[in-house]
Design a protein around this ligand. Structure first.
Ligand code: HEC
Ligand code: HEC
Ligand code: HEC
Length: 142
């Protein structure tokens, strides 16, 4: 009899604690999660090995605010002028002006990188209606 009641109380307590902390745990993983932008793909790691540091086409700050415009310019350059080579203003290095074979070669984790930030900012680029996404994929689906 005593044991039985004790068990009931214990279960009641566990349920209470579970309910009380549920929103807390829930928030950690989801609702307010800021995107964590990983730049540790195989291509970026190979680049870092070769050049000694991680680099984007231009500086991180520039990319953060100007990548949409940069992509527009790349498209115009390729489609109108048939020029596929971009020379970085930051490093002087040459890049293939391509969504798939440029940006997404390094950022092959598109879902976790591009998409996550776009979702967070509520932006929805329509580019991938036509452009093929990297074969990423299943392994990165979390
Ligand atoms: C209606 C289909 C379509 C949509 C939508 C589209 N593109 Fe394109 N894009 C093309 C085609 C076709 C080419 C020419 C492919 C080539 O010559 O390699 C191209 C070429 C490009 C290129 C240069 C070549 C390459 O390999 O990437 C860039 C950069 C580009 N588009 C960016 C964008 C961006 C950014 C968006 C979204 C804002 C976008 N495109 C949306 C069809 C599309
Ligand atoms: C050579 C590999 C490489 C290529 C190509 C590349 N990136 Fe990056 N990108 C990186 C690395 C590495 C970083 C992180 C840089 C840092 O931490 O300083 C980065 C950072 C960024 C950021 C800023 C992320 C943040 O933390 O705010 C954006 C946005 C971005 N890249 C978009 C693009 C787009 C769009 C393209 C194509 C036009 C592109 N990248 C091409 C390697 C690359
Ligand atoms: C740090 C956050 C962040 C990352 C990472 C990021 N973007 Fe964006 N992107 C944005 C924001 C914010 C906008 C909307 C900017 C605006 O409307 O002025 C945007 C807009 C765009 C647009 C223009 C969409 C349109 O309809 O005009 C394209 C194309 C684009 N991003 C491609 C990419 C690609 C490709 C990657 C990955 C290689 C990437 N972005 C990574 C934040 C990000």
């Amino acid at each position: 009899m005593k044991l039985y009641d004790g068990g009931k109380i214990l279960i009641g307590l566990m349920v209470f604690v579970g309910i009380a902390t549920f929103p807390f745990y829930y928030n950690i993983g989801k609702v307010n999660a800021k995107p964590e932008l990983k730049t540790d793909t195989p291509a970026i790691q190979a680049w870092e090995k070769q050049y000694g540091k991680k680099e984007c086409v231009e500086s991180k700050e520039y990319m953060r605010s100007e990548h949409m415009q940069l992509l527009n310019n790349w498209r115009d350059s390729v489609v109108r002028d048939m020029n596929r080579q971009y020379v970085s203003m930051t490093s002087g290095r040459k890049f293939n002006m391509s969504l798939q074979n440029g940006c997404l070669e390094c950022h092959s984790n598109k879902k976790q990188f591009c998409d996550q930030c776009h979702n967070y900012m509520a932006v929805k680029p329509y580019c991938f209606d036509c452009h093929i996404q990297p074969m990423e994929k299943e392994e990165n689906k979390s």
